[in-house]
Write a protein that binds this ligand. Structure first.
Ligand code: ZN
Length: 319
């Protein structure tokens, strides 16, 4: 089978049109994926197929959906101060199901990768540069369990504190911020990944088993040493990067590629081309992907210096 994992950010809203607003893009993309014959499946199923050697680039097209950073907009509708009412991502999935019936996408599902640390989330919530200081609790964790109970969303691990620039004290030894590649030691990885998984699992009342690298930043240590060798401790079963492109049979279970809305495709036609395996039609798609590992944005630190989701300064980051 073929497998492609798509990534959206529910805080990415700089307008009301496709490409400016991931809520608009996601709703349209569900139609495009279905029209192109893609079967939406849980990320864990793609990881399982990869582990079992069933991804060979032929036949059935599996599409995974992932949402990063864990704003409550992943689940709940809200009123944007400039662009009005926005449908929560989870409700966009439900709307699709109501419109087409359960058989159109029988395994419809997405994974929200959330940031664990309450202190880190509080700092980001209040920070102007993260975009929503006027929305109380926009990074709260009170929606996680209900969303997981819906059966349409899994809650995944997006690290303890994202090594985020606005967090006063991060869990890692390095003073550097906005770069998850600084996680190069066991104590740092334990604090950023295992501890986050434990916290999230307690909150949702079920295992937390999937990890997504903040900023899509992957180094040598995490996928080659810590994640494979300490699985009995951190209990993650797979990790997702943001390197762009298809999941290949040779992809590492600890660095499964993802493509990012607004970055790897910018129009509905661009996604259709991507799903068909054609070169991107979007002139600009992928142009800002610097070293191939960075699809994720930190405030004030867009990849390649190009505006993407952060055009209005609203993004926590992009992955
Ligand atoms: Zn992120």
């Amino acid at each position: 089978m073929k497998a492609l994992v798509l990534t959206y950010h529910s805080h990415n809203i700089s307008g009301a049109a496709y490409g400016e607003n991931d809520h608009v893009s996601l709703a349209e993309d569900l139609e495009t994926i279905t029209r192109e014959g893609g079967r939406i499946v849980p990320l864990a199923d793609i990881a399982g197929a990869l582990r079992e050697g069933r991804i060979d680039g032929e036949g059935e097209l599996w599409v995974g959906l992932s949402f990063d950073d864990g704003p409550r907009f992943d689940a709940h509708d809200f009123e944007h101060r400039d662009f009005g009412p926005q449908r929560g991502f989870l409700n966009i999935l439900r709307d699709f199901r109501d419109r087409h019936g359960t058989q159109a996408q029988p395994r419809l599902h997405a994974t929200s990768f959330v940031i664990a640390s309450p202190e880190a989330r509080a700092a980001m919530q209040a920070a102007d540069e993260c975009g929503y200081p006027d929305v109380p609790g926009w990074l709260a964790d009170d929606w996680w369990r209900d969303a997981a109970d819906s059966g349409l969303l899994e809650i995944g691990n997006h690290s303890w504190d994202h090594v985020h620039p606005v967090v006063a004290r991060t869990a890692v030894a390095s003073p550097e911020r906005g770069d998850f590649r600084v996680v190069t030691t066991y104590p740092d990885a334990d604090a950023e990944i295992r501890r986050a998984g434990v916290f999230i699992a307690e909150r949702i009342g079920r295992p937390c088993r999937l990890f997504a690298y903040p900023h899509g930043h992957v180094n040598e240590y995490l996928p080659h040493d810590y994640l494979p060798h300490r699985a009995y401790e951190h209990e993650m079963e797979a990790a997702f990067g943001a390197s762009g492109g298809w999941v290949e049979g040779t992809s590492s279970i600890w660095n499964i590629p993802r493509v990012v809305c607004g970055h790897d495709w910018k129009t509905a036609d661009g996604l259709a081309s991507l799903l068909r395996g054609e070169p991107p039609r979007d002139e600009c798609a992928g142009e800002t992907r610097g070293d191939g590992s960075e699809a994720d944005l930190a405030p004030g630190e867009p990849p390649g210096g190009q505006a993407r989701v952060e055009s209005d300064g609203r993004a926590v980051e992009g992955g």
